[in-house]
Every structure is written in structure tokens, then in C-alpha cells.
Design a protein around this ligand. Structure first.
Ligand SMILES: NC(=O)c1ccc[n+]([C@@H]2O[C@H](COP(=O)([O-])OP(=O)(O)OC[C@H]3O[C@@H](n4cnc5c(N)ncnc54)[C@H](OP(=O)(O)O)[C@@H]3O)[C@@H](O)[C@H]2O)c1
Length: 305
């Protein structure tokens, strides 16, 4: 049931220029809602200002800035930015929780991850678990933790390797079925729950994508979608993936945090808790994602035909 608070609500959206935040901002603005979009770069917020949003420039590790951003809002979309380090994640979630408390915010949808029920040993997801705990400790806050599946968009990182080596190499087991979700579905789901504000207390909801897929199956769908029938999935040893990540400019410490997550997925530590249902299944199939997002990105970047 739609909460009466939702009728005249003002919303704050963290990460508004990002994958999920931009979908939420567009959706709420298209419904005539009052929206304050937050990010570090005001230029990336301009397109929402043109649709009627108020832009607020601030860093998620700055509790005072976030307190101001949340002041007067009925509800917020909260997220931690992509990990820079585990220590930064703790600083960011401390600042967000402090600002939520001090501003008296009553409703929040927080972007977490599947596996966030596990307290440690899951790489970046450990920081998302910790943020859930900090938000759960705030009395009076109604919070919905969205435990989203592995993003389909993560696979875009393989484009150069596919172009140059004609393989999709990764640390994940070839035949382990994973839930994979399109970020637009996560954004649309979050937007709907923000529009309704139909949650109370501390709640979680996994979002598990359209179906579970193994990396071998995902690679076969990519192969068809980009017209490279010889494309194969190859599981790389962890130390080789660590090296590849470092070659992309990642610090060894940050790369190790990702390796910890891949190990947690491969060993079943990081896994969905909810049985698949209508409520936690989202519409975009991997085939549609490849057609709409992966193939255009692949062809847009293609140098090696
Ligand atoms: N990848 C996965 O499989 C997966 C699965 C489940 C959950 N998640 C979680 O999803 C979250 C990322 O969500 P997303 O993909 O929607 O975001 P995203 O596309 O990575 O965008 C992050 C946004 O946050 C802003 N930002 C970055 N650093 C900031 C800072 N220090 N202060 C304020 N704003 C900052 C960026 O804009 P500016 O640069 O302009 O500030 C950007 O718009 C992470 O917490 C991740 O752990 C990921």
C-alpha cells in the first residue's frame, strides 16, 4: 500500500549520475516528484536540473554535507560508491549513517548486494553488510536494503580482452550458476519502492535478475550477440586475475579485495538466500542486456574486428 508520506514526498538520490541512481532520478522526475540529486561533479547532474531537479554537490564521506543534503527530504536512495578501499567504505557508511540520523530522515532505500548477510570474507560486499548494520541501528528509520545480484554490466570490463584475445577470462567458475541483474532493473525497482514508500522497519529484498546463468552460458550469449561464435569462457587462476586487475591501474590491495569476492562466490559463501520468486525476479534477460548494452559497447569500441 502506498504510504501517505509518498504523496508529497521530496527525494534525495545519492550516486544520481551512476547506473542505478540515474534511472531512479529520471523515473521520479518523470512523475513530477521533487528530487535533489547528489554527486561530486555538478556537470554530471545538469541533465537532471534540466528536468526540474535540484543539484547538490557533495562527497558521501562528508557527514555534514550529507546532513544538509538530507534535510527536508522524506526519503533517500543511498549507496556506497564503487569501492576504493575497505577503509573508505567504512568512512562512507559512517558518514551516511550519521547524516541520516542527524537529519531525521524517515525512509531510505539502500543499494546493497546479494551476500550482504555474510559479515566478512566477501570483498566489497563486506562493506555493504557493514553499511546495512549501521543503518539498522538508526531508530525511527524505515530502510529497505536491496540486495542486488551480480550486475550484468560487470561483464563490460571484458570487452578489450574479447577483442584482443578472443576469450572471456575471469576468476569465476565456468559452470557455477549466478544471479545476474541489469542495473536498469535495480534502478526501476528502487524507484517504485521510493514512489510507494511501502516498507517499514528494517527490511531486505534480494533482486536476482531474470534467471541464474553460468559464465559459460553468459559467454555463449555474448558470442551470439556480437557475432563471434568462437568466443570461449576461460577460468583464470586467482593470481593471474590479480595481475590483470593491477595492470588496469588497481592497487594490489584493492585487487585483493575483488579476489576475495570471487573466491566467496566460487565457494558458495556469497550466494542468494531467497528462493527465486516473482518478487525477486527482474525482467531484463541476459540476451536483452547483450543486445541493448553489451553489443553496442563492443561495436562502439571495436578496433580489432
Ligand atoms: N557491480 C555489482 O555487481 C554490484 C552488485 C550489487 C551491488 N553493487 C553496489 O552498487 C554500488 C554502485 O552502484 P551504481 O553502479 O549504481 O553506481 P555507479 O554507476 O558506480 O555510480 C556511482 C555514482 O556515485 C558518484 N560518486 C562516486 N564517488 C562518490 C563520492 N565519493 N561522493 C559522492 N558521490 C560519488 C558518481 O558520480 P560523481 O563521480 O560525479 O561523483 C557516480 O554517479 C556499489 O555500492 C556496489 O558495491 C554492485
Amino acid at each position: 500500500m502506498i504510504s501517505p508520506v509518498a504523496l508529497n514526498a521530496m527525494y534525495v538520490i545519492l550516486g544520481a549520475s551512476g547506473n542505478t541512481g540515474s534511472i531512479i532520478a529520471d523515473s521520479l522526475l518523470s512523475k513530477g516528484k521533487k528530487v535533489r540529486v547528489v554527486g561530486r561533479d555538478p556537470r554530471r547532474l545538469q541533465r537532471f536540473v534540466r528536468q526540474g531537479a535540484e543539484a547538490y554537490t557533495g562527497d558521501v564521506s562528508d557527514a555534514a554535507a550529507l546532513t544538509k543534503a538530507f534535510t527536508g527530504a522524506s526519503a533517500a536512495y543511498l549507496l556506497l560508491p564503487p569501492i576504493t578501499s575497505r577503509e573508505d567504505q567504512e568512512r562512507e557508511s559512517d558518514a551516511i549513517a550519521k547524516a541520516v540520523k542527524e537529519s531525521g530522515l524517515r525512509y531510505a532505500v539502500y543499494l546493497s548486494s546479494y551476500g550482504a548477510h555474510v559479515p566478512k570474507g566477501t570483498g566489497p560486499v563486506t562493506g555493504l553488510h557493514s553499511a546495512e548494520q549501521k543503518l539498522n541501528a538508526i531508530s525511527g528509520l524505515n530502510v529497505l536494503h536491496l540486495r542486488a545480484a551480480y550486475f550484468m554490466e560487470n561483464n563490460l570490463a571484458a570487452i578489450s580482452m574479447i577483442q584482443e584475445m578472443r576469450i572471456f577470462g575471469h576468476a569465476l567458475l565456468p559452470d557455477l550458476k549466478l544471479p545476474m541483474a541489469a542495473t536498469r532493473d535495480v534502478g526501476n525497482y528502487a524507484a517504485q519502492r521510493l514512489l510507494n514508500l511501502d516498507f517499514s522497519g528494517k527490511q531486505t529484498r534480494e533482486l536476482l535478475g531474470e534467471r541464474d546463468l553460468s559464465m559459460t552460458e553468459a559467454t555463449a550469449i555474448i558470442a551470439r550477440g556480437i557475432g563471434k561464435s568462437d568466443l570461449r569462457y576461460v577460468q583464470f587462476p586467482y593470481d593471474q586475475v590479480q595481475q590483470v586487475l593491477e595492470q588496469t591501474g588497481m592497487s594490489p590491495k584493492k585487487a585483493a579485495v575483488y579476489i576475495e569476492m570471487f573466491k566467496a562466490i566460487n565457494t558458495g559463501v556469497l550466494a542468494a538466500q531467497e528462493p527465486r520468486s516473482r518478487e525477486n525476479t527482474t525482467p531484463t534477460s541476459f540476451e536483452t542486456f547483450v543486445q541493448d548494452v553489451f553489443a553496442p559497447a563492443y561495436h562502439g569500441k571495436a578496433r580489432v574486428a
